[in-house]
Design a protein around this ligand. Structure first.
Ligand code: GDP
Length: 176
């Protein structure tokens, strides 16, 4: 008998980046109608889960959202613990959110042990006429730090599925 709680691998992906870059909307865009969103207000974080099958293996994907803690730079180590992947998100129209990536990246590295798979995400691609961060700047940062890179729009769905899927697939390949 198979139940939805059975899985071969648990994949934990954390969303990090400045407040307002679109983390929650990326999560809901990816998860809408397909995921079971659980609110964990007591520990100050929220995460959504999704079950997926990849090459006959059952994956349980847990995607964690910061629930606003990032505003106070008060993300707890529990948030990062056990993360196998991360989406490091900035807003292509707000240069400050790009400048702050360095700090987010350091915090991520300090709080994780097993080299999580990291995707750099330049969000709000639909606003590219208001872009202040050039694509090449994102590419350079990702190359320098050995990250994957993609630009997305949670508003019109551009590359959102692709961003999560690439991370999940790469994590899966590392596990096998
Ligand atoms: P968070 O604080 O990082 O979780 O960001 P939110 O998901 O709450 O988004 C912050 C604001 O940006 C909200 O007003 C969203 O509607 C808006 N937003 C998020 N993603 C996009 C996007 O891809 N394009 C546009 N135009 N707005 C977005």
């Amino acid at each position: 008998m198979s139940t939805s709680s059975e899985y071969d691998y648990l994949i934990k992906i954390v969303l990090i980046g400045d407040s307002g870059v679109g983390k929650t909307n990326l999560l809901t865009r990816f998860t809408r109608n397909e995921f079971n969103i659980e609110s964990k207000s007591t520990i100050g974080v929220e995460f959504a889960t999704k079950s997926m099958k990849m090459k006959d293996k059952h994956l349980k994907i847990q995607i964690w959202d910061t629930a606003g803690q990032e505003r106070y730079r008060a993300i707890t180590s529990a948030y990062y613990r056990g993360a196998t992947g991360a989406l490091l998100v900035y807003d292509i129209t707000k240069y400050d959110t790009f400048k702050n990536l360095e700090a987010w990246f350091s915090e991520l590295q300090e709080n994780t042990e097993d080299d999580p798979l990291i995707m750099l995400v330049g969000n709000k691609f639909d606003l590219q006429n208001k872009r202040t961060v050039e694509i090449d700047e994102g590419k350079t940062f990702s190359k320098e730090n050995n990250l994957l890179f993609i630009e997305t729009s949670a508003l019109d769905s551009t590359n959102v599925e692709m961003a999560f899927h690439n991370v999940i697939e790469k994590i899966f390949n590392k596990m096998n």
